[in-house]
Design a protein around this ligand. Sequence first.
Ligand code: SAH
Length: 346
Amino acid sequence: MEELKQAILGLDQPEYRVKQVYEGIYSNIWLHASNFTTLPLSLRNELERRFHFLPLSESQRLESKDRLTQKVLFSLMDGLHIETVLMHYEQRHTVCISSQVGCRMNCSFCATGQMGYQRNLSSGEIIAQVLYFVRELKAQQQSLSNVVVMGMGEPFDNYEDVLTAIDRLNDPQGFNLGARRFTISTVGLPDRIRQFADEKRQVNLAVSLHAATNALRNQLIPVNRKYPLEALMEACHYYSRQTNRRITFEWALINAINDSKDQAKRLVELTHGLRCHVNIILLNPTSQYSQQPSTTAQAKSFKDVLDTHGLPCTIRLRRGIEIQAGCGQLASRDQSSAAKSHATLI
Ligand code: SAH
C-alpha cells in the first residue's frame, strides 16, 4: 500500500485513489486498467503505461488424466520460465508456487536442484502466480483454499520477496487470504527459520528433512554440510518455542536409501520433544536421479516405526506425477516428452 501510495501521489492524484487502485488489484483481481471504471480515464491510461498488471504469461499447460492437477509453465518478462501447479482435492483448491527460477540448493533428487539457479522471483511474480489461478477459480465459482510455497526454488533463500508476497496476499484490505492457509517449505536454513520464528506469523512451516543422520543428509541435501542436523533441529526447537506452532517434516522415501527402520528410529529420536508431524511421500522420479521410490510395503513399515513411538505421520498421496507436476519435479527446461505424451496438453 505504501509503495502504491508513493506511485499514485507521484501522479498528482488525491490519496483516496490509492485505496481504489489497491482494491482493484487485490480484491477485484482486475488485470486491465480499463476495469477501473471508478478512476478518471487519464489515470487509467497512466496506470496502463506505467505498470504491469501481469508480469507473466502462460506458455504451456498440462493436465493430469484425472483432471485434478494442472501445471502451467509461465514465461516471465525476461524470457525465463517457472512452473506453478493447481491441485483440486475434494472441496479444496491449492496452488503450489515457485519462489525462484531454479534453485541454489542442489538437492540430488530434485529436478529444480538439477537445473541450477537463475534468479529470485520478485514479490510481484510470486503474487501473480497465485492471482492467476484465483481468477480461473473465480470464473468457475470456486475459491482458493491454500497456497504452498513448494514449487521451484528455496523460499528462505528469497526471504524478503516471499514474505512480502504472503503478507500482501494476507492483507485484510486486499486479497485477505488467512495466514494459516499458507505453507512455506524450506530445505532448512537455521538463521531464516529463527528469523521467521521471531516474526511470529501464523504461516505454516514445513522442513524438508529426508534423512536423520548427517552422513545421509549430506548426500541428499548438500546444504546440510553447512547447516548440519544439530543446527537445524536447534532452530526448529526455537521456532516451536517462539510460535507454539507445529512443524511439518517432509520425508520423500527413496528405496534402500532413507527408508530403513534405523532411519525411522533416528527420526523419532531427532524429533523427540518437538511438536511436529511427518509427511511421508514416495520419491517422484526425476531425470537425473537414478534411485527409485520405496515400495508401498516399505513405506508402511517405515510408518509403523513412527506410529509405534507416537510420532504423528501421514503417507501423502502423490499427485500429477505423469505430468511432472509432483513434488520436486518442476524444472522449466525439462518439459520432458514423457510428460507430454502422457498428459493432455491444453
Ligand atoms: N526448497 C524447498 C521447496 C522444495 S519442493 C524445500 O526444500 O523444502 C517441496 C518438497 O518436495 C521438498 O520437501 C522437497 O525436498 C521435495 N522434493 C524434491 N524433489 C522431490 C522428489 N523427486 N520426490 C519427492 N519429493 C521431492
